[in-house]
Design a protein around this ligand. Structure first.
Ligand SMILES: CC/C=C\C/C=C\C/C=C\C/C=C\C/C=C\C/C=C\CCC(=O)SCCNC(=O)CCNC(=O)[C@H](O)C(C)(C)COP(=O)(O)OP(=O)(O)OC[C@H]1O[C@@H](n2cnc3c(N)ncnc32)[C@H](O)[C@@H]1OP(=O)(O)O
Ligand SMILES: CCCCCCCC/C=C\CCCCCCCC(=O)OC[C@@H](O)COP(=O)(O)O
Length: 394
């Protein structure tokens, strides 16, 4: 019961209306198994990543390729939870001429930051276009310390920022330069809003828009232009295009990672416009103005979605691939078999002390995972964007 409360799930009673599978998906034991597989296999992968360190000195490109596959082992488990466990559907609205290029070139993805699982939907599209292991992001530094994902990112050469421009201007540019000879295609994700959308942050950022004489946005925070400019300048000649991506969910749903774990099915719609990188101005002020205009257009697309329930352009549903499920089944076998043996041994030992110790370890794992899930929750979002930079409690 204690463990159950940590996960804050609504108690489910098996009713005739609810299928057996749906009932199973809502069970705490299933969640515990999924989280256990994720955590233990993730830590094993982190350990293997550490073992690749000497290889970086001998063959950097080989070390990168190995780490791309290792990262896939972790990230695709979360994608499997979304597409195979919860059955969430992902529809793409895009120009059919651009479609064949997705996954075949390096690109900078500009995405709205309004949903707790927007990063996971991004990952799902990465998986479907074969760039999941290599995908990158400009992430806040705090995420580097999150076990499994944050540690994996270190080996993936993810670009971290402190959201303090005086410090970021050199470190971000240096990290981006290192990606110029990356051996496989990647998408570099940039949340130009810099933080997740909340009504308070929106109000604050619109005051800034007003003070700058910029039109107000209804569905986005005012974009930060410096990270965009530095990314475009440093990836020019390497990235072919900007993928301007606007995400929303059907039926005004507010998706969460806990919902996914609970087997709740959502329907994500993503509108993507491919914009050749050469059409982004090289001059910093013009580049900033270009980004502000882009966000005004994105706001228009969200307005259209709110009014009509769809984005412009033709729809396609890139098919889900079996690899994320196969990867999950593989890691389940690897880590559940020894766990089964251990539990059998524990029970046959009959030692109350050992069983109590096992329960304590199990509770600690649950609390750890709950903290990790908390990183995705908007009500635990930082104060960034509502206070002067010096007072930020990231
Ligand atoms: C076909 C399919 C296509 C697509 C599929 C979709 C996606 C898949 C792609 C890839 C997936 C890969 C990975 C996904 C996995 C996980 C990702 C998870 C999470 C990571 C996300 C984060 O951590 S977001 C937070 C970190 N990132 C950023 O902040 C990026 C944006 N920020 C910037 O660019 C900033 O400029 C900065 C960080 C570089 C520097 O920060 P600083 O605070 O110092 O900012 P500025 O100097 O820019 O700020 C001052 C200027 O901003 C104006 N402004 C606007 N609003 C405010 C406000 N509320 N408060 C204060 N200031 C504000 C201000 O006026 C200043 O303007 P100037 O004109 O003076 O610049
Ligand atoms: C197989 C399923 C396993 C389920 C258990 C998964 C446990 C969760 C694991 C890792 C969670 C960490 C993921 C990191 C991604 C968080 C993305 C994010 O949204 O970051 C917020 C950042 O942009 C802005 O931060 P603020 O809004 O300023 O604060």
């Amino acid at each position: 019961m204690l463990l159950h409360n940590y996960f804050c799930f609504k108690p489910f009673l098996f009713s005739r209306r609810m299928g057996l599978l749906q009932f199973l998906k809502s069970q705490f034991l299933c969640h515990l198994i999924i989280c256990y597989v994720f955590l233990v296999s993730g830590l094993i992968v982190n350990l293997i990543q550490i073992c690749t360190l000497p290889l970086w000195l001998v063959s950097k490109q080989l070390a990168r390729k190995i780490n791309i596959r290792l990262a896939y082992c972790i990230a695709s488990q979360m994608v499997a939870a979304l597409e195979w466990w919860s059955g969430t559907e992902c529809t793409l609205y895009t120009d059919p001429k651009s479609y064949p290029l997705y996954g075949k070139e390096n690109a900078i993805v500009v995405l709205n930051h309004s949903f707790e699982i927007d990063f996971l939907c991004g990952w799902t599209f990465c998986e479907r276009f074969g760039v999941l292991g290599s995908s990158k992001v400009l992430a806040k530094k705090e995420l580097a310390y999150v076990p499994v994902i944050g540690w994996m990112w270190y080996f993936l050469e993810i670009v971290f920022c402190k959201r303090k421009w005086e410090e970021d201007r050199t470190t971000v540019a240096q990290s981006l330069q290192k990606l110029r000879d990356y051996p496989e295609n990647y998408w570099f994700l940039l949340y130009c809003e810099g933080t997740r959308f909340t009504p308070k942050k929106h109000q604050f950022s619109m005051q800034i828009a007003e003070s700058k004489g910029l039109p107000k946005l209804k569905y986005h925070l005012l974009p930060r232009t410096k990270g965009f400019y530095v990314t475009v300048q440093n990836l020019r000649g390497t990235a072919a295009a900007i993928y301007d991506s606007t995400l929303n969910f059907r039926n005004n749903e507010v998706p969460t990672l806990l919902g996914i774990l609970n087997g709740k099915k959502y329907h994500a719609d993503l509108y993507v416009r491919r914009i050749p990188l050469e059409s982004v101005p090289e001059d910093e002020a013009e580049c900033a103005a270009w980004l502000h205009k882009l966000y005004q257009e994105k706001d228009g697309f969200q307005e259209q979605y709110a009014q009509t329930g769809r984005f412009p352009g033709p729809m396609v549903s890139p098919p889900r691939r079996p690899w994320s499920l196969i990867n999950w089944l593989f890691w389940s076998c690897v880590v559940l078999y020894p766990l089964g043996l251990l539990i059998a041994q524990l029970l046959s030992s009959g030692s109350v002390l050992t069983i109590a110790a096992a329960v304590v370890v199990c509770s600690a794992v649950s609390v750890g995972i709950r903290w990790m899930i908390g990183q995705t929750e908007i009500d635990k979002s930082s104060n960034y964007g509502i206070k002067p930079a010096a007072l930020n409690n990231n």
